[in-house]
Design a protein around this ligand. Structure first.
Ligand SMILES: Cc1cc2nc3c(=O)[nH]c(=O)nc-3n(C[C@H](O)[C@H](O)[C@H](O)COP(=O)(O)O)c2cc1C
Length: 298
């Protein structure tokens, strides 16, 4: 007989998120406003794009998928993210005019990290950061598309933060100790994430979020959540548990593949509209007011 145990962090995350339910509150409630002020800029909603990399062009269209979703982010006025890439690709993303945070890999080549930070700043990036959860692979230090990764110390991360005037975002925080180190080095935001389940049994980001929020309560570090975010309800739950914003992920993919810029725009607007609907139905007129009082756990 086949014996398999559930160890897929994506499935565990999905089940956890589905176990969180939402009560309603209509009397004295008004239509909610999803706008946010985030790291010095105004955005239409606390929904962000994922730090994707290595996308092709879809449906015979000329533009790369990364450029397409960046254009959609600009049109929807949401904060845009991108991941591992060389500088020429980042230039194309910056040229879309989207406010973009460039997430740089924990390369073993420290010079490459510094070069990509400097290039992002020069190209007009909104922010830079690093996905610290891609340091290790099962064979030791990870090798990503032929590039070696390496351990990153607190001092190394601090030196990246200090090397740029851009806000620095640490992606892949999934515990209190890393969250506190991020605050200590001057990171302006963290992304609570398990990087679509790289590690078996990684805790659902929303499950660890309240602890991280509590640990950072005396700091100004902003908290973004990703992994499994596919709807306005998911974003609402993240905000209620202490996040300032949430990023969609592979849920965006088929909209991008099938309908390009317009498809991603429709998807992001749908997520934002569902968020506004749920905020209105739970009596929260502003994003910053949302707390966990309407949440129920199965
Ligand atoms: C095709 C693809 C490429 C990705 N590339 C990167 C990357 O270069 N850097 C990074 O930090 N995360 C990268 N990610 C991870 C996403 O930013 C995000 O953390 C993850 O997809 C969230 O999980 P979800 O897709 O289940 O929502 C990538 C994900 C996908 C699907």
């Amino acid at each position: 007989m086949d014996y398999t145990r559930l160890s897929d962090a994506n499935e565990i995350t999905e089940r956890y998120m589905d176990s969180i339910l939402i009560g309603e509150s209509f009397i004295d409630s008004v239509k909610a406003d999803t706008g946010i002020h985030f790291l010095g800029a105004d955005f239409s909603m606390p929904v962000m794009t994922p730090a994707f990399s290595h996308l092709g062009s879809y449906g015979g269209r000329k533009m790369n998928g990364l450029e397409e979703y960046s254009l959609a982010a600009k049109e929807c006025n949401v904060l845009n993210f991108c991941g591992m890439m060389e500088n020429d690709m980042f230039r194309k993303i910056a040229d879309t005019g989207a406010k973009t945070v460039r997430i740089i890999k924990p390369y073993a080549d420290n010079g490459k990290i510094r070069d990509q930070i400097a290039f992002a700043e020069e190209a007009g990036a909104f922010g830079v950061g690093m996905d610290i959860d891609h340091i290790f692979g099962e064979a030791g230090y990870d090798v990503v598309v032929g590039e070696e990764m390496a351990a990153q110390t607190t001092d190394m991360l601090r030196s990246y933060v200090e090397s740029t005037k851009l806000p620095f975002v640490v992606k892949g925080v999934l515990g209190v100790s890393d969250a506190l180190k991020c605050a200590e080095i001057g990171a302006r935001a963290i992304i609570v994430s398990h990087h679509h389940g790289r590690m078996p049994y990684a805790v659902p980001p929303m499950m660890v979020l309240p602890k991280i929020k509590e640990a950072l309560k005396d700091t100004t570090v902003k908290i973004i959540v990703d992994c499994g975010i596919a709807s306005g309800a998911d974003v609402y739950k993240a905000l209620a548990l202490g996040a300032d914003a949430a990023a969609v992920g592979r849920s965006m993919f088929h909209h991008l593949e099938n309908h390009g810029v317009a498809g991603v725009e429709d998807f992001l607007m749908h997520v934002g509209n569902e968020l506004r609907f749920i905020m209105s139905c739970t009596g929260f007129s502003k994003v910053s007011d949302i707390d966990d009082s309407a949440l129920y756990f199965l």
